[in-house]
Design a protein around this ligand. Sequence first.
Ligand SMILES: Nc1ncnc2c1ncn2[C@@H]1O[C@H](COP(=O)(O)OP(=O)(O)OP(=O)(O)O)[C@@H](O)[C@H]1O
Length: 360
Amino acid sequence: MSSSVSITLTQCSRTFAGGNTALQPLDLHINAGETLVLLGPSGCGKTTTLRIISGLESPDKGGQVLFGERDVTALPIEKRDVGMVFQNYALFPNMSVADNIAYGLKIKRLPRSEIAHRLDEVMRMVDLQGFGGRRIDALSGGQKQRVALARAIAVRPKVLLFDEPLAALDAKLRDRLRIEIGQLLRELGTTAVYVTHDQDEAMALGDRIAVMQSGRIAQLGTPQEIYHRPANAFVADFIGAVNCLEVIGMQSDGGLIVHGGELVAPHLQGAPIVYCRPEDIQVVPLSQADIKGKVVQSIFLGQSQRLLVDTGGASPLQIEAPSRQRWPNGTDIGLNLPSSVLFHPEKTTTTDTTKELANG
Ligand SMILES: Nc1ncnc2c1ncn2[C@@H]1O[C@H](COP(=O)(O)OP(=O)(O)OP(=O)(O)O)[C@@H](O)[C@H]1O
């Protein structure tokens, strides 16, 4: 495989006709061999960023795209040595699987023996052995996406770009292909940029995730950093369920007395706000509970259940509870909330937060 390259975007903005700014000036460095996921809601600028990296789109004047040390800003996609995988596969429906995969290799005028060798190699990698002669329209969605993947890697690109490749597939297939793509990317070591609005996909695949909001990067970090130390309320809310708690007092041992509340704004006037994830709240016997409440709803999720618990706050707390236990509505429930699991977006660590709150 060809050696991977780093990607550097400097001051890349994109304004469309009519003054619609899809991307604010963006600086982003992607390490060689890294998988970077661009995650965010519809319209936040993920695809525009990917298209600027691919060469399908140019940044506004002044923006620069480097692959390694090489300035590729003015190069079209076919000169950038990138492979792309799209949501809609973008395959030739009337051609066979093998002809689709070999398409780029033929354009590169590789010798027939080399084409045969690479076909063999990539079809094995994406588990499509024996499918070479099939027509594209005789394949399932998952198989089509494997063909698209094989076609992208067959040319041994320096950079692999994915635009929501699993969005059209059903949940089970999505999970499976997500794992396979992750394995493949590790095996290939190719620098990859992967666009999705699915947080599970982002966390499973990304070495780092850039969470985007309104044409900017709201946070760039490892999945763990993004999940456990979200930079702001938008990231906290986008990357998973979060409880927003109003601090209404302090216990003698320094523990916070909190009320449940919903995620409204990062800074409400008055009481300090802290956040916590549903799975970090412990269900304990009532006699040992810091917080007591009543179950108002339970949502069965299979491997766990989400309980909504009224603790007297503005809105119920979300708790993750074991799957097999029954919690009829109206059940009294005891909860503990270790201060170590509380976090405050805009601040760096949970410990800082607790200290600051304790001091202030
Ligand atoms: N060719 C275009 N002309 C005008 N506006 C555009 C064009 N392409 C994108 N935009 C706008 O730029 C913004 C960002 O679009 P982009 O496709 O990058 O978002 P996205 O995060 O990929 O969204 P989605 O997940 O829905 O694909 C949107 O407001 C979109 O409407």
